[in-house]
Write a protein that binds this ligand. Sequence first.
Ligand code: ADP
Ligand code: MG
Length: 265
Amino acid sequence: MNTATTLTAADAAAVPIMLTELRLPTIKRLWSELAEQSNREGWPAERFLGVLLGHELAERETRRLARARADSQLPPGKSLAEFDFAAVSMVSKAHVMALAEADTWIAQGHNLLAFGPPGAGKTHMMAGIGHALIDRGYKVLFVRTSDLVQRLQAARRDLRLPAELAKLDRFDLLILDDLSYARRDQAETSVLFELIAERYERKSIAITANAPFSQWDQVFPDKAMTVAAVDRLVHHATILEMNVDSYRRRAALPARRQRSATQAQ
Ligand code: ADP
Ligand code: MG
């Protein structure tokens, strides 16, 4: 009897160590309180075990989502819930919501392109889709195109471009924000082309740009490369045209003018 009691106490003392070893921090935090409750209320062992494992799984999922969101570098707060679809009447809310649910385009490595003038809401909408995809368990990376181009160019200088491209491969969706601001420079823009070619028909790319394709030879230095890049991007792509005035400018209009603008519609 005495031995059994000693053993139980020793077992209990070993539990936190074993849980650390097994990397089960939530169970480690909750087990003794739940064990007390379970003893008090006479839970069957199955229930005790089930409740503990359930807590660990739920917190693991929460931590995974938080990590994916931090890794994504998506602008916080730019969600689809905060996006006013009435401001871009040519874009179908149902279509965007379907894209945000991933249906099949992400699995098939299809692309998404949003065009429109500055302030039209391209970045906000793309970020909103990105946040929704993270909620669904996808990995997303949001980057300013010029930053990514610089990073890839540096990698190429150091002969590690393939390794850098491979690192991007763990993201189901790469959001290249502001393509039109990429600098027009042969070496820089050809790394962008290599990225597009490398992901083609495998992994999705989303792009926001002020200028439609007709002006992309400003982005890529030679015509052949522009054609080849556009070809790959649009082969399987959804294109959203957002030709509206700047949301900020409209929001800044005096309320009276806004009201009469609404009445005029
Ligand atoms: P773009 O990328 O097209 O230049 P942004 O997405 O950066 O435009 O939008 C500019 C600002 O206006 C941001 O603060 C954004 O959150 C806001 N905004 C733009 N369009 C909308 C919209 N339809 N609903 C809510 N906020 C919007
Ligand atoms: Mg933008």
